[in-house]
Design a protein around this ligand. Structure first.
Ligand SMILES: [Zn+2]
Length: 275
């Protein structure tokens, strides 16, 4: 699943690799997926996008947006995007395949669920996109201590666990159950700790961990559990993930615990992250 760092990385790669190319043809929904969402009949995308030339690519939250004149093509966090050279085989199953006039291509395939939206600004509403556009990203200076305080000091979040606070209700769009694990481990905070139990110092450390780790993940090409536009794994080494949890905690040497919590697996070090 794309989260803030990977969306950032893929937007930069799209900007360098896809912008400037002209759309020759579009094949949508060739492998129908129950949880692939479109703005309209996906078969109409071909007529809309044919001849378009993408100009810019940006990321917000876990989403990536391509712009061609007044058209937007937006991918939500569950869509795997891949660039293909002219000689590369195209994926067998996909929900989007854009062939460019120079023989290269861009494909999109949905894992569990994902939006592939094509629209003119103002003609499409989506609450997740609106939140991601409006709220400051931890990768930007606008996500500062004052802004973080305004989130963490709300009465309504005091009884939430730290995981629920950080990764639900689009409080921080694009910060999900993936990046969460190393952020909390670095801050030495257990994912089930209630916000009201965090002292001032812990709140400050949590803020710093969010800023530092998300920037580091973005700078290193995303997490090593995720793939970029070229199918390469990111360069950020996830300490608490399915890849490396069995190696134990690099700080104390103890075992990492994995358990199901709030619709996803959490990983934590019971020694470094006391409940
Ligand atoms: Zn530890």
């Amino acid at each position: 699943m794309l989260e803030i760092p990977e969306a950032y990385v893929i937007a930069v790669q799209l900007e360098n690799q896809v912008c400037g190319r002209e759309v020759a043809s579009v094949t949508m929904n060739s492998a129908p997926h129950k949880f692939a969402f479109y703005t309209d009949d996906p078969l109409k995308y071909r007529a809309i996008l044919q001849g378009a030339k993408f100009e810019t690519a940006t990321a917000y939250g876990g989403m990536v947006e391509l712009v061609a004149h007044d058209l937007k093509l937006v991918f939500s966090d569950g869509v795997n995007l891949r660039f293909h050279e002219s000689s590369d085989p195209r994926p067998q199953k996909h929900q989007l395949l854009i062939e460019f006039t120079d023989g290269t291509a861009l494909s999109g395939s949905v894992q569990m669920y994902g939006g592939l939206w094509c629209f003119k600004e103002g003609t499409f509403e989506n609450e997740y996109r609106t939140a991601a556009l409006e709220k400051p990203s931890p990768l930007t200076p606008a996500f500062d201590p004052t802004y973080f305080q305004s989130l963490i000091e709300l009465d309504s979040v005091q009884k939430l666990s730290t995981k629920a606070f950080l990764a639900t209700e689009q409080r921080i769009p694009g910060l999900g159950n993936g990046v969460l694990q190393d952020v909390l481990w670095t801050a030495h905070i257990h994912p089930k700790r209630k916000i009201q139990t965090l002292n001032l110092n812990e709140r400050e450390v949590l803020f710093q961990s969010i800023k530092l780790l998300l920037s580091e993940m973005a700078a290193k090409g995303g997490r090593d559990t995720e793939k970029d536009l070229f199918g390469h794994s990111g360069g950020y080494y996830t300490h608490l993930s399915k890849l490396h949890a069995s190696d134990g905690c690099p700080v104390c040497g103890g075992g990492i615990t994995k358990e199901a919590y709030m619709g996803g697996s959490i990983y934590y070090c019971p020694t470094c992250q006391k409940l």
